[in-house]
Unconditional design. Structure first.
Length: 276
């Protein structure tokens, strides 16, 4: 009987010590790596170490590594080295959503997609609807870093073009749709707007999934995990909040065990396909 070939090796990039509000990143990645080890040889590393280590592995999985802005130089070095070596990165580094910053919200808004109206320049403020208040946040922000609420949408000249400006939306709840490759896995919603990460299972309608899939298809990623975040307005429509395609937290502790196991099985299949 022929000996089995070597198992593929995976460098799993995570910051187990990162403290996120209302979420335990480390628990999720401990679960994921325990399941990935069934099919792959897995090693964990901090995002600051990924560039130096990636050559020794068949693939690099970027998971709960925290906001890139906390280690921007190290991340840029990792991306440059991965592209130079044509490394298999999961998610691939071709994402058009949060992976590339938040310019996509401006572009999608301008193109008429169902997103929260967004501009990035004072000259375009007239494109926003009138509102009782506005949200201003950095284009390269994450995890609410730098977010502020203002009465009037004003930014300083040096900030022009670097900040997103949006009207505050009166919404019923936020909802997130989770995909592996282009396959829908589950949805969760926060029925209480003031408690964003107190999530409950959500039964997505056909119209909901059509909405979420339109952004997954726009993103054109062949492999990887995406989370489509939206809000349900007081009028009942869904508007995109964010398209998370770099290291979206999955809230796997908020779904039933069969759903969690089906997700991890699908992720393993996706990763095997990437390595094929």
């Amino acid at each position: 009987m022929a000996a089995a070939g070597p198992r593929p090796s995976v460098l799993f990039v995570t910051d187990l010590a990162y403290e996120a509000r209302g979420r335990r990143y480390c628990d999720e990645d401990i679960h994921l790596t325990s399941r990935l080890r069934e099919d792959f040889d897995v090693a964990l590393c901090h995002p600051r170490d990924a560039a130096a280590l990636l050559d020794g592995f068949d693939a690099v999985v970027v998971r709960n590594s925290g906001p890139v802005l906390h280690y921007q130089e190290a991340y840029d070095t990792f991306c440059a080295r991965a592209r130079e070596r044509d490394a298999r990165v999961y998610n691939p580094l071709t994402g058009r959503g949060d992976m590339a910053g938040k310019q996509y919200l401006v572009d999608l808004s301008r193109a008429g997609f169902p997103v929260i109206p967004t501009v990035d320049r004072v000259a375009d403020l007239g494109l926003l609807p009138e509102a009782d208040g506005y949200v201003i946040k950095p284009k390269l922000g994450a995890d609410s870093v730098g977010l502020r609420f203002v009465r009037h949408p004003e930014v300083s000249p040096e900030e022009d073009g670097t900040q997103l400006i949006q009207p505050r939306i009166d919404f019923r709840y936020e909802v997130s749709f989770y995909f592996v490759d282009h396959d829908f896995q589950y949805a969760l919603h926060a029925p209480h707007p003031e408690r964003r990460w107190l999530l409950e299972p959500y039964a997505a309608s056909a119209a909901d999934l059509e909405f979420a899939r339109s952004f997954v298809e726009w993103n054109t990623l062949d492999h990887g995990i995406q989370r489509v975040d939206a809000c349900r307005t007081a009028q009942g429509e869904l508007l995109l909040v964010e398209l998370e395609d770099l290291n979206p937290y999955l809230s796997l502790d908020r779904v039933a065990e069969p759903v969690r196991e089906a997700f991890t099985d699908r992720m393993k299949a996706s990763l095997r396909d990437l390595l094929a």
